[in-house]
Design a protein around this ligand. Structure first.
Ligand SMILES: O=C(O)CCC(=O)C(=O)O
Ligand SMILES: [Fe+2]
Length: 209
């Protein structure tokens, strides 16, 4: 039995995800998770309602995350459908997920190397983690194939994932023993040509709320 808020390598493999070979990090990829039509509807939603992206552990670098963000509303049928697909593939109850969030990157925009978990020593740790706990797994889907640039680079394990329409990426932010895994460090590299759209689902240790 999996703890709530947790996925597992075994489950993801059973659901057709492929593991990126690495001893240091549980990272999985699945092509064709979303269809062209599903991606198109979700891109329209991001276009309709975007705002500048923010970061939790601010480090004073105003160019650290230059993309735009869109909070997706679960009452929209396309968002509800995506929510169900994430639940199905991850095995995680949607109640443990943060709200689905879209990102749009223009040419030259990026999200510099970061981890998705919250730094326990950071002053705002309690603000972000008191209710729902730490982030557990990240599931992220690329909604389009970018003309140039925009790859997600996991530099500790030297893996670069190219954005490709409908491709799903998932990783465990912690090691199997539950400790935070610094090898999850990743960089959404600058888009060089065209735009990039992604949607991310971050799961927590406890129900979101
Ligand atoms: O856009 C990407 O490739 C990664 C985005 C990301 O790491 C994040 O939003 O936390
Ligand atoms: Fe991230």
């Amino acid at each position: 039995m999996l703890a709530p808020g947790e996925s597992s390598a075994e489950l993801l493999l059973r659901h057709g995800m492929q593991r990126v070979p690495s001893q240091r990090l549980e990272l999985f990829i699945k092509r064709g998770f979303l269809s062209t039509e599903e991606c198109a509807v979700l891109i329209d939603l991001i276009e309709a309602e975007r705002r500048p992206s923010t970061i939790a552990n601010h480090n004073g670098d105003h160019l650290f995350r230059t993309s735009e963000t869109c909070d997706l509303h679960h009452d929209h049928p396309a968002v509800a459908a995506l929510d169900r697909k994430f639940a199905e593939i991850s095995g995680i109850d949607p109640a443990y997920g943060e709200r689905l969030q879209g990102q749009r990157y223009e040419e030259g925009q990026e999200f510099k190397a970061h981890t998705d978990y919250f730094e326990p020593e950071h002053a705002d740790y309690q603000t972000y983690c008191a209710v729902s706990g730490q982030r557990t797994w990240t599931f992220m889907v690329y909604l389009n194939t970018v003309d140039a640039g925009g790859a997600t680079r996991f530099k500790v394990i030297d893996k670069i994932v190219q954005p490709e329409r409908g491709k799903l990426l998932a990783w465990n932010n912690r090691r199997p023993d539950g400790s935070l895994n610094a090898a999850t460090l990743h960089h959404a590299m600058k888009v060089r040509k065209g735009r990039k759209y992604v949607i991310t689902r971050w799961y927590r240790e406890r129900p979101w709320g």
